[in-house]
Design a protein around this ligand. Structure first.
Ligand code: VTB
Length: 328
């Protein structure tokens, strides 16, 4: 993929962030998601790719989705897999809480894991210093000890981040028992996984079960950032193995490494902050202008760009939802 695509992908996440950020704190996660989806879709219609959505949201959250199989882009090539999360953290935007972002990951066709029938994944993720030290099948304590040793710290110096869910009751107890500090989050495990790779975030390791699409998107970012991640798809309740078996994998519930989630180096990852977060500022509106903060990363060179943009809203009609325009 040509490096110039970086900027095109940032435009896509900027558009979604600009549209949905307007709806911060309204308590309406569906409207915020819809605004992000509409804006993202309309800007993808200008991007020079021949893309297919292989990872979208929607079914799990009954959200307005960029659906799996949807074709994106205006060129015959490159043929690419597109993973989208127009609004990662719908609840966060609805409540005005930190770390909501709009995100895409793009790879050559066939390089992103497809798991259309599976909603959840068990995940463990760390930053570059602890690469190679994690094992999803090992105990929490062993993982924390290995990561602490790799980072030349004590376990009690580590901070583990995990979604606050009833399903994590035991896992959280095990982390506490092992002596690490714990950061519980309500949503947004893409940004949580990425935080393990950012020295200033104060987050060292991600544990727990989150969305499968979010897992693949985070994996693309961690690959470029030099972090590490292992996952395992979780079968749906009452779902027989043979359903997931139709995904074409030998054992869909095998341990997945970074390379299984996002293959190769030719990857792009772009994200724009919607609400303020650990790595990205949220959207700032000021009359007819708005400011966004984005991150775009390219796997081939591992270049990480922070992009601060000022947008003249009246010149970008498709960047903002109809409702947002009316209210300006
Ligand atoms: C996580 C989180 C998302 O879903 O993947 C989570 O990163 C997992 O699902 O922001 P549950 O909410 O059902 O536990 C989100 O919260 C929303 O997609």
């Amino acid at each position: 993929m040509e490096r110039e695509l970086s900027l095109e992908f940032v435009r896509v996440t900027e558009a979604a962030a600009l549209a949905s950020g307007r709806l911060m704190g309204r308590g309406d996660k569906e409207a915020a998601d819809q605004a992000a989806v509409d804006a993202m879709r309309s800007v993808f219609d200008t991007v020079h790719i021949n893309g297919t959505v292989v990872i979208g949201e929607g079914e799990k959250d009954e959200a307005p989705m960029l659906y799996i199989g949807e074709e994106l882009g205006i060129s015959d090539e490159p043929l690419v897999d597109v993973a989208v999360d127009p609004l990662e953290g719908t609840n966060l935007v609805a409540k005005g809480l930190p770390n909501a972002l709009s995100v895409v990951a793009i790879a050559p066709k066939g390089c992103l894991l497809k798991a259309p029938d599976v909603f959840y994944m068990d995940k463990i993720a760390v930053g570059p210093k602890a690469k190679g030290c994690i094992d999803l099948d090992a105990s929490v304590e062993d993982n924390l000890k290995a990561v602490a040793a790799a980072m030349d710290r004590d376990v009690r110096d580590l901070t583990a981040i995990i979604l606050e869910r009833p399903r994590h009751k035991e896992l959280i107890a095990e982390i506490r028992e092992a002596g690490a500090r714990v950061k519980l989050i309500t949503d947004g495990d893409v940004s949580a996984a990425i935080a393990t790779c950012i020295d200033t975030s104060g987050v060292d390791i991600l544990f727990g079960i989150g969305g499968a699409p979010e897992g693949v998107i985070a994996a693309a970012a961690l690959k470029i950032l030099g972090g590490d991640m292992q996952c395992r798809l979780i079968p749906k309740k009452g779902d027989a193995r043979n359903k997931a078996g139709r995904m074409g994998e030998k054992d869909p519930y095998r341990l997945l490494h970074l390379e299984d989630l996002a293959r190769g180096e030719d990857l792009f990852f772009a994200a724009t902050g919607i609400t303020d977060g650990d790595m990205l500022n949220g959207v700032r509106y000021s009359g007819q202008t708005a400011e966004t903060h984005s991150l775009v990363m390219r796997g081939v060179t591992r270049t990480i760009r922070n992009i601060y943009a000022t947008h003249k809203l009246e010149r970008k009609p498709h960047f903002v939802s109809r409702e947002s325009v009316c209210r300006q």
